[in-house]
Design a protein around this ligand. Structure first.
Ligand code: PEP
Ligand code: MN
Length: 373
């Protein structure tokens, strides 16, 4: 798949902002006016709201489309809204909505995505595809493919974080490695960070937007409401236009590269050292696995199970206790040592199950021992 840009790159970062939901004509126009002055490129407002529990505010529906039309015509701000059904697509197209987005609860459902894709056939409107609720990159790519196969080329991905049971810090855990992988596979797909739905609270918005800039994202989607405590949906995460302006003013925008050859020479010098260290690290891993294989031979000879919980606990504790002196995060150490353990089990398993006959003498010894005496 090849993706032409949804918006021009000189607009980087593309600023998409507006309330979670369109609530009234006054609210929509008031916040759109304020955002126009802040330099926002695309105004967002949900008309049909996918709410987790029934009896919540489910959006104003079709009425809101006329308010969005006023934003386009009177305030001269392009608009975007969420579509979750084929008939939403028909309605937004009739009202001249500039860009549509697929929400996280839609991306998880191929039937819904296909229905929307079918309604979009033959239309040139750009489409933003939010990540699915669960951390499944294939589902995200699948939704993008369905829209692409409907003939839409101007597609961008919106990273809004992933549901994780028990997660406390974020409303939706970002798992930055997933959008990074998406961008690796599709380098020309523009990527937008919806930091409001990742954070779920205003305190983390700034640093999450900065992380997105550091990772070379193309744009930001932010929920902005004239009076957040009174918002009918997502009131805890929305900010005022003044807070939005302040957040933008302290954002450092990064560029993807430079023509300055001195910079690249300096970087090359450091990168060469990094490559050498990586080579050494993996060489050491390989030697570690050879030792694990030797252990496998001994365990095989005595029919001892590979997994030894007490030993594994000691290894883990020993490595984790080094965390602060090595200046490495606990999550990193845990992920590495867990991966090393899995690889080690794999190597031992091969030795124990594929190797030729175990040591005969050791076998005889085991046979002669009566376990129940
Ligand atoms: C929204 O943008 O208001 C929304 C419902 O988002 P998501 O689909 O990411 O939950
Ligand atoms: Mn919302």
């Amino acid at each position: 798949m090849k993706f032409p840009p949804v918006f021009k790159t000189h607009q980087r970062p593309l600023l998409i902002a507006g309330p979670c939901s369109a609530e009234s004509e006054t609210q929509v126009l008031e916040v759109a006016r304020a955002l126009k002055l802040t330099g926002v490129h695309l105004f967002r407002a949900g008309i049909w709201k996918p709410r987790t529990r029934p009896d919540s505010f489910e959006g104003v529906g079709y009425d809101g489309l006329k308010w969005l039309q006023r934003v386009r015509e009177e305030i001269q701000l392009p608009v975007t809204t969420e579509v979750a059904k084929g008939k939403h697509v028909d309605a937004v197209l009739e009202h001249g909505v500039d860009v549509v987005w697929l929400g996280a609860r839609t991306t998880v459902n191929p039937f819904s995505v296909q229905e929307i894709a079918d309604a979009l056939k033959g239309v040139a409107v750009p489409v933003l595809v939010k990540n699915p609720l669960n951390a499944d990159i294939q589902l995200w790519i699948g939704a993008i493919e369905r829209i692409y196969k409907a003939g839409i080329r101007r597609i961008a991905a919106v990273h809004r974080g992933f549901y994780k049971y028990g997660e406390k810090r974020y409303r939706n855990i970002p798992y930055w490695q997933i959008p990074i992988e998406l961008k690796r596979q599709f380098p020309d797909l523009q990527l937008i960070c919806d930091h409001s739905h990742i954070c779920g609270t205003p305190d983390l918005l700034q640093q999450t937007a900065q992380r997105a800039m550091d990772l070379n994202y193309d744009g930001l989607m932010t929920e902005v409401h004239p009076n957040p405590p009174a918002a009918l949906s997502d009131s805890r995460q929305q900010i005022t236009p003044a807070e939005y302006k302040k957040m933008l003013s302290s954002l450092i925008v990064r560029v993807p590269g430079t023509e300055d050859s001195l910079f690249w020479r300096e970087l090359d010098h450091i990168r060469r050292q990094i490559d050498e260290i990586d080579d050494e690290v993996f060489q050491l891993f390989s030697e570690r696995m050879k030792l694990a294989e030797q252990i496998g031979v001994h365990k095989r000879n005595r029919n001892i199970s590979i997994y030894q919980p007490a030993r594994w606990n000691r290894i883990r504790e020993r490595i984790l206790s080094k965390g602060s002196s090595l200046k490495l995060a606990k999550e990193f150490l845990t992920a590495v040592i867990d991966a090393v353990h899995q690889e080690s089990i794999q190597h031992q398993g091969e030795v124990m199950n594929k190797a030729p006959e175990p040591d005969k003498a050791a076998r005889e010894k085991i046979k002669s021992e009566n376990l129940f005496k």
